[in-house]
Every structure is written in C-alpha cells, then in structure tokens.
Design a binder for this molecule. Structure first.
Ligand SMILES: [Zn+2]
Length: 187
C-alpha cells in the first residue's frame, strides 16, 4: 500500500490506524489496497448536488483497456475538503472504516466491487463492525456523531456556493477547450 498524498491529516490518520490495528488484518489490508490517494475537489452526484462521502474504497484499473472489467486493484480515495471538516479522532474513524471495507473486500476476490455494491447497507454496517472490533469504537462513534452534528449541516449550508464553484470550473474548462480547438482550426 502506497500513500500518495502530501496531506498531513491523511498520512497521520493512515499511520495511526495501521499501528493500532491487529497485525493479521493490517497485513491483509496493506496487501489488498494498492494506494491511498486524496482528491482536492468535491464531486458531484450527477445534478443532485455534492457527494458527501469523505472517503471510499474504489477500483483502480490496471490499464485503460481493463476499464469496465473486473481486472482492477483497490484504492482508497479521500475527498480532502470533506475529510478536513472532521476532527483528528473522527478522521481516524473514517480511515478505520475504509480499512474495514478493504478487509471485507479482500475476502471476496475478483469482482469484489460489484458484489459489495449490491449489499451497500450491510457492508456499511460491517465496515463499522470490523473497525470497532479492531479497537476503534470511540473513533467510529465520534465519526458518526460529527457527521450528523457538523459535517452534514455544513455541507448543506455550503452546497449552493460549492456547486457554483464546480460549475464555474467546468465552464472555464469548456471555454479553454473551445478556444484550443478554434486555434487549431485557424492556425
Ligand atoms: Zn463505508
């Protein structure tokens, strides 16, 4: 498992969780997750607003031609602007929860992502269960509590501003593309 981010809060939370979890589970998770990376931007849920997820276990395809197949590795992607709304204790809970997903996924082998998507609610509970079993009960409790009291209300309040920023960014990129194409057609 590589940690490909300079975000100190992510590096620290990953280090703490790895040190505190039982070694057998740690070995499995470190083997299964190829990379932990961080995103600096919010994601949109179609036109339905911003995705409130602070981190997720996701497939990462080994090559372009593999996209869409079950030929993928596992990565954990942290959405920094959301992750950073949480306290350090809660961030440890977020990482432990994702490692709980990774531990589950490592038992399923090929196609784990598709399989787990069909059992979303159950897998959410199991990721919490596993991280609690590894000794992160307090962190999971704080994570759930902050999510309800702080993170969700803040995201809801900020959503119009964030959405405008994302849309502006998309529009600027489009304009840039358009002028690049125009320049190419009229050298
Ligand atoms: Zn989850």
């Amino acid at each position: 498992m590589r940690v490909e981010t300079r975000s100190r809060s992510v590096v620290e939370a990953v280090g703490i969780v790895l040190r505190r979890m039982p070694s057998e589970a740690r070995k499995k998770v470190e083997e299964f997750v190829t990379v932990v990376r961080a995103d600096r931007d919010f994601h949109m849920l179609g036109l339905g607003g911003i995705d409130p997820t602070s981190a997720m276990l996701a497939p990462t395809w080994k090559s372009l031609s593999d996209i869409g197949s079950t030929n993928y590795n596992a990565q954990i992607v942290v959405t920094l602007p959301i992750f950073k709304l949480s306290s350090a204790k809660s961030q440890i809970g977020i990482v432990a929860h994702e490692f709980g997903h990774a531990w589950r996924a490592s038992q399923f082998g090929k196609g784990w992502h598709e399989y787990m998507q069909t059992r979303h609610a159950a897998e959410e509970r199991l990721a919490d269960d596993w991280s609690q079993r590894w000794g992160f009960e307090d962190n999971i409790k704080i994570m759930r509590d902050e999510r309800r009291r702080i993170v969700n209300p803040l995201l809801e309040e900020q959503e119009p501003v964030i959405m405008r920023r994302i849309l502006d960014q998309a529009r600027r990129q489009q304009e840039k593309m358009r002028s690049l194409i125009a320049n190419e057609n009229n050298p």
